[in-house]
Design a protein around this ligand. Sequence first.
Ligand code: ATP
Ligand code: MG
Length: 272
Amino acid sequence: MSIEIRHVTHIYDAGTPHETRALDGIDLTIGKGTVFGLVGGIGSGKSTLASLMAGLDSPSDGSITIDGEVPSPGKNVGILFQQPEDLFFERTLFKDMVLGLTHLGLSEEEVEKRIFFTLDQVGLSKQILSRSPFHLNRGTLRLAAFASVLVMNPGYLILDEPTASLDPGSRKRLVEIIKRISEDITIIYISHRLQEVIEVSDRLVVLDKGNITFNGTRSDYLDWGAGQDGGEYLPILNQILYRLHQLGLDVDLKVTQREDVVEQIRRTLERT
Ligand SMILES: Nc1ncnc2c1ncn2[C@@H]1O[C@H](COP(=O)(O)OP(=O)(O)OP(=O)(O)O)[C@@H](O)[C@H]1O
Ligand SMILES: [Mg+2]
């Protein structure tokens, strides 16, 4: 059970002066039951790979299968886009959430049950369903957008910058929810925020100009990141830890949760 990406190349505007090779012969297997972090600089191909995995576009070359089938959004894969709240357009959240479920042939009762269950998963109350999306704050709307994707019950869930432009409180809340639901659903987590990616991911992939430059476990990523120029692929707190290590101090470089890293730094400084 996995997403199999084989020799995938994707070219935008082929044959024009604007031709862009967004992905260049990618091979990748995303096993079921993992949280897969996908990082890389601006324009490195993350969102392109996300939309191909989500079946929203077909690769120019190569193939992608999900558990042996073609990717089919809303069926075997779900995707939460960047700024998903822009996609709400109904008068109530309920109407928006019901949209994807209508073609599944569920009874009204089953639809309600699934929506209530999902709202509970993301910590929203039922009362919110009768509210207009246009009168809710961004943090709540993001959770609602997340619920709209979750309610479809996808085996694989792609999150493209899920915490972008949220305040710190909403961001923390969403990351905690993602950590919790990742026990039941395979997640591909795309973000510029390395701290978040490190906290949630079992494995990480780094894209650079459409090529994979790293693919390995979180522990291997920390080793790899430390070896890169200036440690720019490490979250800032892990960079500090690494500098302390370079100064000859005894630190555990493999800690990943923010609180644990802060505690390591505090204890190390206390000892010096
Ligand atoms: N619809 C499109 N038409 C033409 N070129 C595109 C299109 N989408 C992306 N590109 C180009 O493809 C390359 C990869 O873009 P992509 O959006 O996949 O990168 P990304 O890693 O998601 O970047 P970011 O970190 O900014 O979200 C970039 O050079 C981008 O300009
Ligand atoms: Mg992107």
